[in-house]
Design a protein around this ligand. Structure first.
Ligand code: HEC
Length: 140
């Protein structure tokens, strides 16, 4: 239990430094971790896995995609390039994979709203990049 709490707290600290949560968001996060000792961040529907991922093996691109990206990228919601849409991904890939990685991590708003890290605040940059690679791989 203590270990879990410590892991959860570490995760919150990472989020704070990376995303400068507002006091209100911070309070929300705290209220969520207190009773169960586990973090369930907004937009992260892989609750539980978030804690397990701290200090553990990184999530695969497929796991991150399924947990955090497919909500928009399977349906094309809001103009998101659909996985399997060879033409859309082909155009985007022309800017280079590094740019796609950067846009996925930092967010990108050209025709639609691509939120930073697809809102997976518990994902490392590497995990987000793996998810981009997974989508590209499945859109050729
Ligand atoms: C809330 C919906 C939403 C979620 C969740 C989401 N995306 Fe997106 N994504 C978008 C939209 C909309 C665009 C198109 C943005 C544009 O072209 O203006 C986009 C575009 C992208 C692009 C192309 C950027 C470019 O330069 O053309 C990449 C790469 C990407 N998303 C990766 C991801 C990854 C990886 C995840 C999960 C970790 C994710 N997205 C989750 C909505 C989403």
């Amino acid at each position: 239990m203590l270990k879990k709490l410590a892991a959860a707290f570490g995760l919150v600290m990472v989020c704070v430094s990376a995303w400068a949560l507002t006091d209100k968001q911070m309070a929300e996060v705290e209220s969520r971790i207190q009773p169960a000792g586990k973090v369930c961040l907004q937009g992260d529907n892989t609750c539980g896995a978030a804690v397990a991922s701290v200090g553990g093996a990184p999530k695969s691109g497929e796991d991150v995609y399924k947990g955090s990206c497919q909500g928009c990228h399977a349906s094309g919601a809001g103009g998101a390039p659909k996985v399997g849409d060879v033409a859309d991904w082909g155009k985007r890939a022309e800017q280079g994979v590094d740019t796609l990685h950067k846009h996925a991590i930092e967010g990108f708003n050209n025709i639609g709203m691509m939120p930073p890290k697809g809102l997976c605040m518990s994902c490392s940059d590497e995990e987000v990049m793996a998810a981009v690679d997974y989508m590209l791989e499945n859109s050729k």
